[in-house]
Design a binder for this molecule. Structure first.
Ligand code: SR1
Ligand code: MG
Length: 390
């Protein structure tokens, strides 16, 4: 039949055709699209005992519409990423009920009993003790398993070839790793940031450092990434008294530099910290970089003795982790900058009554992380950069 864009009214019959739902008299569907790129629907029965989520990739960027075409094949990348994630972190992703490559549609577990991490934080909640450690551990498990340490060379090459995701990588290369530093129609910012936006575009050193990070992003095929690991790609909550973390939306997944995943997570934690500082609701925000890095590093080191290629010795592990740390800081800086003077701003800042002071701090922090990433070798060094911006 070929690809068709599913509307709310199409979903019941579609789910039934695909074998996901039986009783067409007992199904209610609503659209809950929230991210920038795709459409998401929730199907539930009247008793509330059965529910499913359906995510479909459109042939364009959802928030931009047909004026920004984008191949729906990105859903293939998402389905592939979930396959890899299911091997290393099955309890930290949504249950996947099926993927339909013809319609670029994923049917998966309804997570609406959980909350998007960004939403919770914006409402004033603390991170809590487990979330960032779980994210750090998940990144370590995914990246170790899909690196040359965790996979035989030929299998790795096959994964690399199967995981190319050119269009979505190009979006990142553009909106994160170049456009904010040049004149571009995607860029916009609060007028109170005019001076900094101009300063950043005129800063030759900053541009060269971003060019370096952009090239790392383009060429450093370390491991399979989530590819867009911000706080809107994480859901948290409680189930049967236990803390639950679910990472979703890995459509930007490709084999790239591990620091890109950690960096995005860190940048979004730092932005949340700035929001909390502005509102006087700071709690545990300042611990998140440390918690996620320590969990990442200790899990990666725990897995190291299982490496398939022992030519990589322990001294190399130290060097490799140092590189991941440094690149994570740089990528965190680029994410901070693009979310404020580029495309796709964050509600953490945009919903503040006066977003300017917090945005200025975050921008300055972003620039410091980019240009000083080599000299910031510890978490305390990073905290020392955050503090004087106050
Ligand atoms: C055109 S897509 C803009 C942003 O939304 C996604 O969530 C990614 O972060 C991307 O950079
Ligand atoms: Mg997303």
């Amino acid at each position: 039949m070929g690809y068709r864009i599913l509307e709310t009214d199409d979903i019941p019959a579609y789910l039934r055709e695909r074998g996901h739902w039986e009783d067409l008299d007992d199904i209610t569907v609503r659209e809950v699209s929230d991210g920038n790129v795709n459409r998401v629907f929730l199907a539930t029965n009247a008793a509330g005992t059965r529910s499913l989520a359906l995510k479909q990739a459109l042939p364009w960027v959802r928030v931009a519409g047909p004026s920004w075409p984008l191949s729906p094949e990105r859903a293939d990348a998402e389905a592939r990423a979930y396959e890899q994630l299911a091997k290393v972190a099955p309890d930290e992703i949504p249950g996947i009920h099926g993927y339909d490559p013809e319609n670029y549609a994923l049917v998966m577990e309804d997570l609406s009993d959980l909350e998007v991490l960004r939403t919770l934080l914006n409402e004033g909640a603390a991170y809590g003790p487990h979330t960032s450690a779980q994210i750090g551990r998940l990144v370590a498990r995914l990246s170790f398993a899909t690196s040359d340490f965790g996979m035989a060379s030929a299998d790795r090459k096959a994964l690399l070839a199967a995981s190319v995701n050119p269009e979505l990588c190009k979006i990142t290369e553009d909106v994160v790793l170049s456009e904010p530093y040049i004149e571009h129609e995607h860029n916009h910012w609060h007028p109170g940031l005019d001076d900094l936006a101009a300063e950043f575009r005129a800063d030759a050193r900053l541009r060269t450092e971003v060019a370096d990070l952009r090239h790392v992003f383009m060429t450093s095929a370390q491991a399979l990434l989530h590819g867009d690991l911000h706080s809107g790609s994480v859901m948290v909550g409680e189930r049967q008294g236990a803390h639950v973390v679910r990472v979703f939306d890995p459509e930007f997944s490709f084999v790239g530099p591990i620091g890109f995943d950690l960096g995005l997570y860190w940048a979004n934690a730092l932005v949340s910290e700035e929001r909390a500082r502005a509102l006087g609701t700071l709690t545990d925000h300042g611990d998140q970089l440390r918690l996620s890095w320590e969990a990442f590093e200790s899990e990666f080191r725990r897995l190291w003795p299982t490496r398939v290629d022992t030519f990589f010795d322990d001294a190399y592990l130290d060097r490799f982790l140092r590189r991941v740390w440094t690149e994570s800081l740089g990528f965190a800086g680029t994410e901070l900058v693009r979310r404020i003077i580029g495309f796709a701003h964050l509600t953490d800042l945009t919903t503040l009554q006066d977003p300017v002071p917090a945005s200025r701090r975050a921008l300055l922090l972003g620039r410091e992380l980019i240009v000083r990433r080599e000299e910031l070798t510890t978490v305390d060094d990073v905290r020392a950069v955050v503090a004087p911006l106050a």
